[in-house]
Design a protein around this ligand. Structure first.
Ligand code: AMP
Length: 540
């Protein structure tokens, strides 16, 4: 027997309508690409989203069309999130940090019809224009006064498009399974793969992440998504903010320590989200000026492992709880979250930090399991480690226009991560499967070694890779970027690590470098380093 409840589709336009009606005065604040701060309310945003939908209709956009964005976190990008998806088209966020050939590949693969671009990225687009075969127009996200000189022909002006339109528009109703947004992975091998989120998956994910035991977003929150809107939809935070009426603060193109601090202080940010490297910059700046981040209650750190030194610094200097989260482009992204649980509250800090370092427990909706290479499920004892699989309503079922059956097994997505799960449900990432170091048949976690090295006060960034070794097949070497003006030797580092990791994990060499290569989403580009240092230990 069927239930008899209404089957009202979960649509992104519904989020915006809700915020307009229930939190009309809640603010959205943005640092603008042209300079200065822009401030308006959900009411104003709603009007502009409807103007945008009218403008898109006039430009011939239809439901299902892909509309590309090359843009920072600003109110205009937010309007595209809501307006494009709201009318039934698909917001395709393109990561401007990808290589130019990947950018053109993605735009062509998605068959983007229009591209909305921030001023910053117009020069990036100019040499690519000839290759972008599906684009029918490029809109610069600025006003007439700031329109750039450009070799690109027929550029449209965002503010002019909106000004010409009425804010009267009825959001259409369609299936909640329709695609809402498209985001490509920044894979280090092969072409980027597209993940196509639906309205339903986006809203279920947004609802789930707001929960207190997740990242705890409410109408009292002031959230600062530093994680880019071109990286897995800023972890879904703009949608979550809208459904709770939270105040939103967008950092625009400026994500350096001083700019973030200024926004946090003037807007009284309570919750900030970003990858570890962003927080390293901010924490170093705060140390320099000798101030604390007083309004912030928690920061969400994901995308890469949060080092224990960072968890400790936030807690002990700033009284901020670091919520460690794990996810992927394919998982919308949030899969697990390590929020401040009942047991954590009663633990001494020294006991709490190792637990906080785990990537956390799955949020209701997703399920995890770890399996061996034959697909046999492994024990949830916190010790056994294996391939991490995930399933749930905001996990990809397939890639956009590409077949990769190897990633999707019997309704589970194989994450490519290796992890443990403990009896309380906490998952801990051991490594990416391709980054794990296999030394004499035993495994060494590059992540754990990197985190231990980061605890040294002279270390700005660390990276551990496995390189060829005559006797053990592979051994770890540690690459270090020193903090400015700091001195440290290989022997100092090995001594520092001794006792923090198993003796046989200690790196065979410590190499000091000026910088480390990163992917477009800020992760260490270990593949390049492995190629460069492949015979480092053999040649010595
Ligand atoms: P992306 O699809 O670019 O968001 O990258 C997803 C990958 O980032 C995951 O498969 C993990 O390998 C890594 N990752 C994300 N969050 C964490 C975390 N908290 N700790 C360790 N690795 C992480």
């Amino acid at each position: 027997m069927q239930g008899q409840m209404m089957n009202r589709p979960l649509l992104i336009s519904g989020l915006l309508e809700y915020a307009e009606q229930v939190y009309p005065n809640s603010e959205i604040v943005s640092r603008q690409v042209e300079g200065g701060i822009h401030r308006y309310t959900y009411t104003d945003a709603g009007k502009r989203c409807r103007q945008l939908a009218n403008a898109l209709t006039k430009l011939g956009v239809e439901q299902g069309d892909r509309i590309g964005t090359l843009a920072w976190n600003t109110n205009r990008h937010y309007e595209l999130y809501m307006g494009v998806s709201g009318m039934g088209a698909i917001t395709h966020t393109v990561n401007p940090r990808l290589f130019p050939e990947q950018i053109s590949y993605i735009i062509n693969h998605a068959e983007d019809r229009l591209l909305f671009v921030d001023l910053t990225f117009v020069p990036l687009l100019e040499p690519l224009a000839d290759q972008l075969t599906t684009l029918q127009g490029i809109v610069v996200m600025t006003d007439r006064a700031h329109m750039p000189e450009s070799s690109l022909e027929g550029l449209l002006c965002y503010e002019e498009l909106l000004d010409a339109e009425s804010d009267d528009y009825d959001w259409p109703t369609f299936s909640e399974e329709s695609a809402a947004a498209l985001c490509y992975t920044s894979g280090t091998t092969g072409n980027p793969k597209g993940v196509l989120y639906s309205h339903r998956s986006t809203i279920l994910h947004a609802q789930a992440i707001c929960q207190p035991q997740a990242i705890n977003i409410s109408c009292d929150s002031t959230i600062l998504p530093v994680v880019p809107m071109f990286h897995v939809c800023a972890w879904g935070s703009p949608y979550a903010a809208t459904l709770t009426g939270a105040k939103m603060v967008f950092p625009g193109p400026q994500m350096d320590g001083p700019s973030l601090h200024e926004l946090i202080e003037t807007e009284k940010v309570t919750l900030a989200l970003g990858v570890p490297t962003i927080w390293m910059g901010l924490l170093a700046y705060m140390d320099e000026i000798g101030k604390t981040l007083d309004s912030v209650e928690s920061v969400v750190v994901g995308g890469a492992a949060a080092p224990v030194s960072m968890i400790q610094k936030f807690q002990e200097t700033h009284d901020i709880f670091l919520i460690h989260a794990w996810g992927m482009t394919e998982t919308s992204p949030l899969g697990t979250i390590s929020s401040c649980s009942r047991e954590m509250k009663s633990m001494p800090l020294a006991e709490r930090y190792p637990l906080q370092q785990k990537q956390g427990r799955p949020i209701y909706g997703v399920s995890l399991k770890i399996v061996d290479d034959d697909g046999v499920e492994l024990a949830r004892d916190g010790v056994a480690f294996g391939r991490l699989l995930i399933t749930g309503p905001w996990v990809a079922e397939s890639y956009f226009r590409e077949d990769h059956p190897e990633n999707f097994i019997d309704g589970w997505f194989d994450t490519g991560d290796v992890a443990t799960i403990d009896p309380q449900g906490y998952m801990q990432i051991v490594d990416r499967r391709k980054d794990v170091i296999k030394s004499g048949g035993e495994w060494i976690s590059s992540i754990e070694l990197e985190n231990a090295a980061l605890g040294h006060p002279a270390v700005a960034e660390s990276c551990v890779i496995g390189v060829a070794h005559k006797k053990w097949d592979e051994r770890p070497i540690l690459l270090i970027v020193k903090k400015l003006g700091e001195a440290i030797s290989q022997d100092d580092m090995i001594e520092f690590l001794t006792g923090k990791v198993a003796k046989w994990w200690l790196p065979d060499a410590v190499v000091f470098v000026d910088e480390l290569p990163h992917t477009a989403t800020g992760k260490l580009l270990k593949m390049t380093l492995r190629e460069e240092y492949q015979s480092y230990l053999l040649d010595r």
